[in-house]
Ligand binder design. Structure first.
Ligand code: UD1
Length: 416
């Protein structure tokens, strides 16, 4: 397990550039399965899930080239296996995104039941019910989900989600691009990542309308072709850096982001005393206001609400605010695992079901914290700054973007 040693007491200062959104890159990489032609994706972030997704594509027979660090050229011309293996699916839930494209193009798909995240049960029943609506025969066999399309392919249908699912929307949107006739997805996820995927699909020749709204309509086409696409900036990484700058009373310029996608995050953090100035359409300047952080209640919601992926960072921030905050997690059960680590550092947090009551107090103690959860609040932000430092020799572009003053973190060369 990797360890991050963080020496506290230093403000996060300088300039940082935001990577492409992991949650957009993953479905866009899966979309490459839909065509025998090459898909070129730019602004792919360099994170573990992307490496796993690449391995998955290569395992099934796709060729992936990276002519530049953040560009992937994917050719799924010679897919040999219509199955995602357990070893990969267990480490990354988003592997399930291979199901829709495989089923749509080859008429069959087999994917192990996903795992990869310690945040609640996270079923995929909505995906499977949607595939069934499109005419597929879906069943479980030896721990795998197996889906088979009818002889003459999937058929367009009306699909209505009783719960909003991001990857569920993406999976069905991809499957429907090659189905006969029209598909309508009601109560679809509205996340910018869904819109980004739809944009790529349309560049490939698909006919998708309404992505970004609760109703998405897809007119199926015979075949899809190659395309080139640039992944949108990561809004969660942007929010995490805002929180990191605020909590350390720093002064940070964040570039290559999309403030429009972070509206709710920015609004909420301003409300609790973080000064966020929009310098231009892709740059933010963040400081902690002169009166420090105020408490503020929060409830996570599907987009355009406050994202669950920023809940841990917000709780960390509120542990340093003046006053009491009530944080309600509405998306995932069991997503307060970071709270116990904050408590070990002296934070005053009480958890009851989906609700955390945080009594803010400045200056958390210094203790080892275990980054048990994959999206952990502070380490993730610091990790990014540090990774950039590590890469400075080989990545001159990054060197210009990231100030080494930002976070003086000693990286243990050998895990102690
Ligand atoms: C995506 C994001 C993840 C984010 C989450 C919520 C990716 C790769 N991951 O995850 O970072 O935290 O959205 O914004 O984009 N559900 C069901 N049945 C299903 C599917 C989902 O009950 O078939 C439930 C889930 O358990 C959860 C809720 O619906 O309670 C939302 O989950 P969903 O939007 O599907 O999350 P992911 O797409 O897996």
């Amino acid at each position: 397990m990797e360890k991050f040693r963080i020496r506290g007491g230093n403000a996060i200062k300088g300039l940082v550039s935001i990577s492409g959104a992991k949650n957009s890159a993953l479905p866009c990489m899966a979309a490459a399965i839909l065509t025998p032609e090459t898909i070129t994706l730019h602004n792919i972030p360099y994170v573990r899930d992307i490496i796993t997704q690449r391995r998955l594509l290569e395992d099934i027979g796709a060729h992936v080239l990276t002519p530049e660090l953040r560009t992937h050229k994917i050719s799924a011309a010679n897919i040999e296996i219509m199955a995602a293996p357990y070893e990969l699916v267990k480490t990354m839930r988003a592997s399930v995104l291979a199901l829709g494209p495989l089923l749509a193009r080859f008429g069959k798909a087999r994917v192990s039941l996903p795992g990869g995240c310690a945040i609640g049960a996270r079923p995929i029943d909505l995906h499977l019910a949607g595939f069934t609506k499109l005419g597929a025969n879906v069943f479980l066999e030896a721990g795998d989900v197996v889906a088979r399309a009818p002889q003459d392919g999937l058929v367009g249908a009306e699909i209505s989600f009783d719960k909003i699912s991001v990857t569920g929307t993406e999976n069905l949107m991809m499957a429907a691009t090659l189905a006969r006739g029209q598909t309508t997805i009601h109560n679809a996820a509205r996340e910018p990542e869904v819109r980004d995927l739809a944009e790529l699909l349309n560049k490939m020749g698909a006919r998708v309308r309404g992505a970004g709204t609760p109703t998405i309509q897809i007119d199926g086409v015979e075949a899809l072709g190659g395309a080139e696409h640039t992944i949108i900036p990561d809004r969660i990484e942007t929010g995490t850096f805002i929180a990191a700058a605020a909590i350390t009373k720093g002064d940070l310029e964040i570039k290559d982001c999309n403030p429009e996608h972070c509206n709710r995050i920015i609004g909420k953090l301003r409300e609790v005393g973080v000064e966020i100035e929009e310098i231009n359409q892709s740059t933010l300047h963040v400081r902690c206001g002169p009166r420090g952080l105020r408490s503020g209640d929060l409830s996570t919601e599907p987009y355009p609400g406050f994202p669950t992926d920023m809940q841990a960072q917000y709780m960390t921030l509120m542990s340093q605010a003046n006053g009491r905050s009530v944080i309600t997690e509405t998306i995932f059960e069991n997503r307060f695992m970071h709270a116990s680590e904050l408590q070990r550092m002296g934070a005053r947090i009480q958890i009851s079901h989906d609700r955390a009551v945080v009594d803010g107090r400045p200056h958390l103690g210094r203790k080892v914290r275990h980054a048990r959860q994959r999206r952990h609040p502070i380490p993730r932000a610091f990790q990014r700054v540090h990774r950039d430092e590590l890469r400075q020799e080989g990545d001159h572009d990054r060197k210009a973007h990231c100030s080494p003053r930002a976070a003086p973190l000693p990286w243990p060369r050998q895990p102690p």
